[in-house]
Write a protein that binds this ligand. Structure first.
Ligand code: TRP
Length: 452
């Protein structure tokens, strides 16, 4: 199979500086606000240990094969997300490419708003300190999540994302991930040690992560939360990793790389939960978080930390700085989807494409910046249902539409049949039915929550 290479006006085609660079960038895409804020928010909606268990099962049995398929599709075609499905499966797969473009653009439009909140909270913790009580925290959150502050945070975060993407794969995205990911991991380890010294650590885990209620395994809201969290956190299903894999050299061992990304992402999600829940439980804020909304963590965490004085403030600074680094390495992967697609399709230069898209997404994100209700709906649609459909499309394309491509690419890069066969089997027989169930339950649950 000869590969196409996404070009930029006569310059040599781009590629990663090293295999490690790709893995770091892909982990950077996976580890994001979804791990820090999404995991805590969804885990505290009542599912408890059943949610955690379902989430882990979906990650391992469903998302991992889909992630491998996504990487194979990118590497074997050399095309960006818009054209890769057509190249692999023919004309009738064209809508899948458009779905990727729409989903990545839609997700980034509100993700940048969340980044803005994160950055604003960081600055506040640095410059002014933390809100003294719950009421002050609520007032502060209301001020950053609406009006001029929210719009400004959204625009600045998007611009920063644009700077990295415009600088290219090696000079922008890989460079950022190389220092960002190790730093993030160190900061998280530090926070974890600190959290283990809090008085209510065990109670925090018991309340949110370990409370077992078998009936929750069949609860539609828990199932939707687990599917959404798994796909969103790994960041598979809409071509972000596909876009990265298109710049990959032929030889790297994709299954192993995918496993590293999944392990890293899951570890960070669990570690972050181990930091946030003790804080929340230690300071008697449990009720605020159960049945939480997107804003809860931004209210509960600073309030809890404020009661610790200066050390709490320091922890808040580290936590929100870490969250911002995690967010930007994810946002760049989302922006790379439409950017590489338009470069690929129209032959535009990287710079021009990036900034045009930043402009478009800035406008699309305004409603989310101005109204948290809109942001929540965007998340439920693009970061939930559309994302999961994209994952289904991927499994069907490589499992059934072009299985020969899947086998050939992995074999050529040295993966043994003992590994490739079970992966293909999962992609054909496990992922599609499981995702279909998850999708149907999610759509029904979403419709119920909107009508109720
Ligand atoms: N995974 C990231 C997070 O957890 C967000 C993200 C990056 C994403 N790329 C994605 C989500 C692609 C869905 C699809 O915050």
């Amino acid at each position: 199979m000869t590969r196409f290479r996404i070009g930029d006006r006569g310059r040599p085609p781009e590629h990663w500086g090293s295999a490690l660079g790709f893995v770091l960038a892909a982990s950077g895409s996976a580890v994001g606000l979804g791990n820090l804020w999404g995991f805590a928010y969804r885990a505290s909606q009542g599912g408890g240990a059943a949610f955690v268990l379902l989430y882990l099962l979906i990650v391992l049995l469903v998302c991992l094969p889909v992630l491998v398929a996504e990487m194979v599709l990118g590497r074997s075609t050399g095309h960006a997300p818009l054209l890769a499905p057509v190249t692999a499966g023919g004309r009738r797969w064209a809508p899948l490419g458009w779905l990727y473009m729409a989903a990545a653009t839609g997700i980034l439009s509100y993700y940048a708003v969340l980044m803005g909140w994160t950055g604003r909270t960081l600055l506040h913790a640095l410059a002014d300190g933390l809100p003294g009580d719950m009421a002050a925290a609520q007032t502060f959150f209301a001020s950053i999540s609406s009006g001029g502050d929210a719009v400004l945070g959204h625009l600045l975060s998007l611009a920063l994302t644009g700077v990295v993407v415009a600088a290219g794969i090696r000079g922008g995205i890989e460079r950022l991930s190389r220092w960002g990911m190790p730093l993030l991991f160190l900061m998280l380890l530090g926070l974890l040690l600190w959290a283990s010294t809090l008085p209510e650590t065990a109670a925090g885990y018991r309340t949110f992560l370990l409370r077992w209620d078998a009936a929750k395994l069949l609860d539609p809201a828990t199932i939707r939360n687990a599917f959404t969290q798994a796909f969103f956190s790994i960041g598979t299903g809409i071509g972000a990793i596909l876009a990265y894999a298109a710049y990959l050299e032929r030889r790297s061992p994709i299954p192993r790389e995918a496993a590293s990304v999944v392990a890293m992402d899951t570890a960070v999600g669990l570690m972050a939960g181990c930091v946030t829940f003790p804080v929340v439980a230690s300071f008697g804020l449990g009720d605020v978080v159960s049945g939480s909304t997107v804003g809860t963590l931004f209210i509960a965490l600073p309030t809890g930390l404020a009661s610790l004085g200066l050390s709490g403030r320091l922890v808040a600074v580290v936590f929100f700085a870490l969250a911002y680094i995690a967010a930007i390495t994810s946002a760049v992967s989302l922006l790379e989807v439409p950017t590489s697609s338009l470069m690929d399709r129209l032959g535009w230069s990287r710079r021009r494409t990036t900034w045009l898209l930043v402009l478009l997404i800035a406008v699309l994100g305004l409603p989310s910046a101005l109204d948290v209700g809109v942001l929540e709906r965007m998340d439920a649609v693009f970061g939930g249902v559309v994302l999961i459909s994209g994952g289904l499309g991927l499994a069907l394309l490589l499992g059934w539409g072009a299985p020969a491509r899947f086998l050939q690419d992995l074999r050529q890069s040295g993966s043994s049949d003992a590994l490739v066969r079970p992966l293909l089997w999962a992609l054909r027989w496990l992922s599609p039915p499981a995702i279909t169930v998850g999708l149907v339950v999610s759509v029904l649950d979403l419709a119920r929550s909107w009508s109720g």
